[in-house]
Design a protein around this ligand. Structure first.
Ligand code: C5J
Length: 232
């Protein structure tokens, strides 16, 4: 198993193969760890999902976030959500399906998936520091209609450690966008989760298949080991 291989300086035991990262050119990108997806009463639950499925990603993300903060790595959080007037929410997204509440409707954590509401905020366990970057995105991908590309260029970032929810939706979309823009993405397997465990598995397989067609996949222990070895 690659993840249990003896760590070499700077190398993450990833699949489909180990990857050596230039750590100063690496950022941690945490996707949409918001109450709207993680907690009862939010957007995820209005779609009929069992939100408890996502809780498993919190601890592994917390461990990598602590290590990133300790090593001074650039940390970027994203939040999916819309302006209060819904001007950035395509009708095709708002009208889709038969949710119990639609985007913009009042719910127990404020209006569903609207910027500034309690449900839109990041969960307390992973709350951003004032010094960290928060990207508000209207879509699934973190590059679409956001300043993320400019931020990464400004900080000289070439590699992304990616985690968050959900594996097959916003994590996968963002990794695909990043891959097309030339970033090396290492997806933290246990730092991602889906309402559908089988989609989580497949979402990770799609990234690492065909020689890593979209990127690499490693568990948080392998990432932490490489970060530790790299910075001592
Ligand atoms: C979804 C996301 N699933 N953050 N958003 O609508 O994955």
């Amino acid at each position: 198993m690659l993840n249990s291989a003896k760590p070499t300086k700077g190398v993450i035991g990833a699949e489909p193969e180990p990857i050596k990262l230039d750590w100063p050119a690496t950022a941690l990108l945490i996707i949409d760890m918001q109450r709207d997806f993680m907690e009862p009463g939010g957007f995820g639950e209005t779609l009929g999902n069992d939100v408890s499925q996502l809780a498993r990603a919190v601890k592994p993300i917390g461990a990598v976030l602590t290590a990133a903060r300790d090593t001074g790595m650039l940390v970027i959080h994203t939040r999916e959500g819309h302006l209060p007037d819904l001007s950035d929410a395509p009708p095709a997204k708002v009208e889709r399906g038969a949710p119990s509440l639609r985007i913009g409707d009042p719910g127990p954590m404020g209006r569903i998936l609207i910027r500034g509401e309690a449900g839109h905020d990041i969960i307390p366990e992973l709350y951003p520091l004032d010094s960290e970057i928060v990207i508000d995105k209207p879509g699934k991908g973190a590059f679409y209609a956001t300043e993320l590309g400019d931020v990464l260029e400004k900080y000289g970032i070439e590699n992304l450690l990616v985690c968050g929810v959900t594996t097959e939706v916003c994590v996968n979309t963002t990794v695909r966008e990043a891959n097309d823009r030339g970033y090396r993405c290492v997806v933290i397997s246990d730092g991602c989760a889906s309402y559908f465990p089988e989609f989580h598995e497949m979402g990770l397989k799609m990234i690492k298949a065909q020689g890593g067609i979209f990127g690499w996949v490693a568990n948080s222990a392998a990432v932490l080991e490489a970060m530790k070895v790299s910075t001592t």
